[in-house]
Design a protein around this ligand. Sequence first.
Ligand code: GSH
Length: 248
Amino acid sequence: MLELLNNPISTCSQKVRLTLFEKGLEFTDTRIDFRAKEHLTPEYLALNPDGVVPTLLHDGQPVLDSSVIMEYLDEVFPEVPLSPPTPLGRAKMRKWLRFIEEVPTAAIRIPSFNQVFIRHRRDLSEAELASDTEKRTLRRTFYQEMGRHGFSEARLDESLERLRETVARMDAALADNRWLTGEALTLADFCVVPTIDRMRDLGLSGLWDEQQNFTRWWAAIEARPAFARTYAQGTRVSDIYQDLKETA
Ligand SMILES: N[C@@H](CCC(=O)N[C@@H](CS)C(=O)NCC(=O)O)C(=O)O
């Protein structure tokens, strides 16, 4: 029995949702409400001390961290494989997973918070802001830096540069391959999809206007049924914050 404690609008949850849908796995979809801070309750922290989503429960046992969960699902349910069959192929895929976690996944948070999530902090009193920051177990310094007005221009520029670099690197890899690690779709492709989809949602798709290999890859990703299921109505920030539609 699989239960995913998640929020479908969160990019980290979307990585796992893509994997579950692609593999055709049934799961209990338990929604964690960020506004109600359900991810910071003692009950949730007992399962996931980082106070972040997603958390997978497999027969009641927690499995944590989105890319780890993806690999776990692929190992335990190998019927629809999403990892290369050879150790060298898997090493290549894992290198992409590390890069994606370290570079674009971290980078996309800056425009996401500056354009969207900061709205919920602007009107807090000083005491509320301090208490909200204090509660973020894993992200305390991140929230401190963000304050109530968002990250600096310099931080934003650096993040956009990292996202541009990611797209360029992917485009180069996709010149010789159909998917990121070769001729078969793997977890590496799904790991980066939520960042790319969020970029598009935030009006940043101009970063790949000229990148033909990347554009072909993105069209192939969008055509997958798992993509349509992951991005149902209400799962994008622009579904909730209507003004983003004008920039997207
Ligand atoms: N490395 C973790 C990071 C998870 C993470 O940062 N989740 C975000 C949503 S994408 C979250 O729960 N944020 C809660 C918060 O900012 O308080 C993973 O990949 O699972």
